[in-house]
Design a protein around this ligand. Structure first.
Ligand code: ADP
Length: 449
């Protein structure tokens, strides 16, 4: 059992982990940059250590500083949250070399899934359905052209090391191939230090459906159904729901058991998400995230589990505390991501919060690190809160979301809240009828003008 864990993150997710640890009787250590000395995660943790200046590269991404903070405080394990070092296999290795526990999967699994080509090959071998495309990397433009002719246009050229929606370019016709190939390579090289690319069939109107999995690291695993995260802007999710409005119980059981079996075969430990595009009743694997997702609370809501506590328990060597048969869906949950951004261009708007009031009541959860008088620093992600609602069914969740958004007060900075008020008026959203392009099209027609 751990007595003390260090949370190598900031903002709402650091708070999420501190809360989970406290309920388990585990002390928590917050780390922070000089810009975050007054942050909520620092106030809420049992102890805190300043690990460097504002730039993430010198603080939240500084491996020596984080390891030193563990040594100084006697923390036995590190929870990485999402982002920052959460999918850095090298970090996991260093943590283990210092006889500390990483609360997450083994370095080997992070490495496999961090390279999209290896990830796809591995998943294919484990029986997970994949998007048709190149077998491995594509080295030359000629090879790219000939593959695209076989697969059929449109195709998407993707950087092997890509992430966060970067390093992906669509070629709708052979004429566009050269540009897509060159741009994806140079973006991959610039953002991730790796120019390798691969090619996939570009699906026209898919939904983004992801399966939450959980492994015990010893060959056992369960799945916790799907989340539909199709509402995206620039490949970034803004609104997520579970269960997916388009997924039947049979489909869930089928794809869920394929995913659970794959994760069990890998010997994977802890929480993971297998992401698919879903079109015409078929699932196509795109990538696996080897960490907790931003949108994990919608899954927690409908299954009544605490995924963070489960991560900690499994990292301590305990078995998963629920079986597949224990997992029954209760109602419907929706999360909206509230960013400090100006509409309509989504430009970051950090600043001082003059008033903050979180909504409450039955079925409402607000995960946020805001407080009255808090100054959002300009150095980090613009996510300032997640509003999660849980209703008896999808209609109940939508009604509750509208009510809760009405109660939320964030004064002092501009936020994306008006976007959600507007989306809730849309018939397609009310019906659950949308795909990965819906939001971009809607934004062009309704906001950008
Ligand atoms: P990242 O790691 O950058 O998030 P992903 O591979 O997960 O990249 O893809 C992110 C998003 O890009 C998907 O949710 C989807 O909107 C779009 N996308 C990726 N691959 C395809 C494809 N083959 N066809 C259509 N859209 C795709």
């Amino acid at each position: 059992m751990f007595d003390k864990i260090l949370v190598a993150n900031r903002g709402e997710i650091a708070l999420r982990v501190v809360r989970a640890a406290r309920e388990m009787g585990i002390r928590s250590v917050a780390v922070h940059s000089t810009a975050d000395a007054d942050a909520m995660h620092v106030r809420m943790a049992d102890e805190s250590v300043c690990i460097g200046p504002p730039a993430s590269s010198e603080s939240y991404l500084s491996i020596p500083s984080i390891i030193a903070a563990c040594e100084v405080t006697g923390a036995q394990a590190i929870h990485p949250g999402y982002g920052f070092l959460s999918e850095n296999a090298n970090f996991v290795q260093i943590v283990e070399d210092h006889d500390l526990t990483f609360i997450g999967p083994r370095a080997e699994h992070i490495r496999i899934m961090g390279d999209k080509i290896t990830a796809k090959e591995t998943m294919k071998r484990l029986g997970v359905p994949c998007v048709p495309g190149s077998e491995g990397g594509v080295a030359s433009l000629e090879e790219a052209r000939s593959l695209a002719d076989d697969i059929g246009y449109p195709v998407i050229v993707k950087a092997t090391a890509g992430g966060g929606g970067r390093g992906m370019k669509v070629a709708a016709t052979p004429d566009e191939m050269e540009r897509a190939f060159i741009t994806a390579r140079s973006e991959g090289k610039a953002a991730f230090g790796n120019a390798e690319v691969y090619i996939e069939k570009y699906l026209q109107k898919p939904r983004h459906i992801e399966i939450q999995v959980f492994g015990d690291g010893k060959g056992g695993a369960v799945h916790l159904g799907e989340r539909d995260c199709s509402l995206q802007r620039r490949h970034q999710k803004v609104f997520e729901e579970a269960p997916g409005p388009s997924i039947s119980e049979e489909e869930r059981a089928r794809i869920g058991s394929i995913c659970a079996r794959a994760v069990a075969d890998l010997g994977y430990a802890g929480a993971g998400t297998i992401e698919f595009l879903y079109e015409g009743g078929e699932f196509y694997f795109i990538e696996m995230n080897t960490r907790l997702q931003v949108e994990h609370p919608v899954t927690e809501a409908i299954f009544g589990v605490d995924l963070v506590q489960e991560q900690i328990r499994v990292a301590e060597g305990h078995p998963i505390s629920f079986s597949q048969d224990d997992l029954k869906i209760d109602g419907h949950a929706i999360e909206v991501r509230i960013n400090a951004e100006r509409l309509p261009d989504f430009a970051p708007r950090p600043g001082r919060i003059t008033q903050f009031h979180a909504p409450g009541g039955l079925g409402v959860r607000m995960d946020s690190a805001l407080y009255d008088g808090y100054s959002i620093p300009p150095y980090y992600d613009s996510l300032i809160g997640k509003l999660i609602v849980h209703g008896q069914d999808r209609h109940g969740a939508l009604t509750r979301l509208s009510r809760a958004l009405g109660e939320l007060i964030v004064d002092g900075v501009e936020t994306t809240v008006p976007l959600f008020h507007a989306l809730l008026q849309e018939e397609d959203i009310r019906r659950g009828d949308y795909n990965i392009h819906w939001l971009e099209t809607w934004l062009e027609n309704n906001l950008q003008g």
